[in-house]
Design a binder for this molecule. Structure first.
Ligand code: PSU
Ligand code: MN
Length: 304
């Protein structure tokens, strides 16, 4: 199954121009309609304004789509949670059955890598869940970072995860985790988590050099670019922590597990914090899109 690209994205890739991949689980499962579609459109505009071509990735009728039309994006946002959340293990089934699918970080990375897109902007990555020593719940996003050569700009990871174990796992998998102008791994809503990043860069150009260095020496896999939420939208961890604790407890009591767990926790947190977490989420995705475009531009300029 060859991915279907728009002419604009195909031409940009052929000419070595900067392209930024965008995921679709955040549209279908991460935000309510119509904010999801508005944000997806704005994020594409931000990527363009910063000199790169946006490539929103989703599965429509069993076709791996790279670049959606305005109508496709709108339908995707309207149908929202009724669209399957598709990680890498789900790809063959969704394609064979001709279904629609919202791609996670893992499956978006895989599809981007199929066509040579090297930069991807998301909100937060999946990781090692709390209690994973019993549940074995480790997101396929982790192992994908060992496989696909894509740099992913993320506001860190939500504290619904065990951030220490998430960082340990990325180390084991050989994945650079780079703080952008920060020494701490950010916790999505909060700029700080108390966990140090193993390395920091001060600019998108410096990150582009790490990407070239990694792939030029033949090392496989991705790079986590940890970009903290802008200060004015931050929700301090003493405010968000009790909400997260309650959501994790509720999931355990209700026996929520597997691919349902992350969407359950995200919906719980969104419900309790009302508009504030949504505003924070939108702000950090916009910020990540700008940084990703700047990295893609720097990466293309310095290509061998
Ligand atoms: N974390 C967030 N927001 C999200 C997700 C994770 O803060 O929208 C989504 C991403 O698409 C991510 C997926 O790839 O959830 C991870 O799901 P799981 O934990 O089931 O692997
Ligand atoms: Mn999981």
């Amino acid at each position: 199954m060859e991915p279907h690209l728009t002419d604009e994205i195909r031409d940009a890739l052929a000419q070595g121009k900067p392209v930024v991949a965008l995921e679709s689980t955040i549209i279908a499962h991460g935000m309510p309609y119509p904010q999801n579609v508005d944000t997806a459109r704005e994020v594409e505009a931000i990527v363009r304004a910063n000199g790169a071509v946006p490539a929103t990735i989703a599965i429509l009728g069993g076709v791996l789509k790279i670049g959606l039309s305005a109508e496709e994006l709108d339908r995707f946002g309207r149908e929202g949670r009724s669209i399957a959340k598709v990680s890498v293990r789900d790809l063959p089934f969704i394609v064979a059955q001709g279904l629609d699918g919202a791609t996670t970080v893992a499956s978006t990375m895989r599809i981007a890598a199929m066509v040579g897109i090297r930069v991807f902007a998301t909100g937060g990555i999946g990781g090692v869940h709390r209690g994973a020593e019993r549940s074995f719940d480790i997101s396929a996003d982790m192992t994908e970072f060992a496989t696909s050569d894509v740099a992913v700009v993320t506001a860190g990871a939500k504290a619904i995860l065990d951030l220490a174990l998430t960082l340990e796992t990325l180390e084991t998998l050989g994945v650079p985790v780079i703080g952008l102008a920060t020494a701490e791994f950010p916790a999505f809503y909060s700029r700080r988590s108390g966990h140090a990043v193993p390395m920091s860069c001060e600019s998108p150009a410096e990150i582009a050099r790490v990407m070239h260095a990694k792939w030029d020496m033949g090392l496989k896999g991705g790079i986590v670019v940890a970009n903290p939420i802008p200060t004015e939208f931050e929700i301090p961890s003493d405010e968000i922590s009790p909400v997260i604790e309650a959501a994790v407890k509720k999931a355990a009591i209700q026996g929520i597990s597997g691919k349902e767990l992350t969407p359950f926790l995200l919906a719980e947190i969104a419900g309790v914090t009302a508009g504030r977490s949504l505003a924070a989420n939108i702000a950090l995705v916009r910020h990540n899109a700008r940084i990703a475009a700047e990295i893609a531009v720097a990466f293309a300029e310095t290509a061998a």
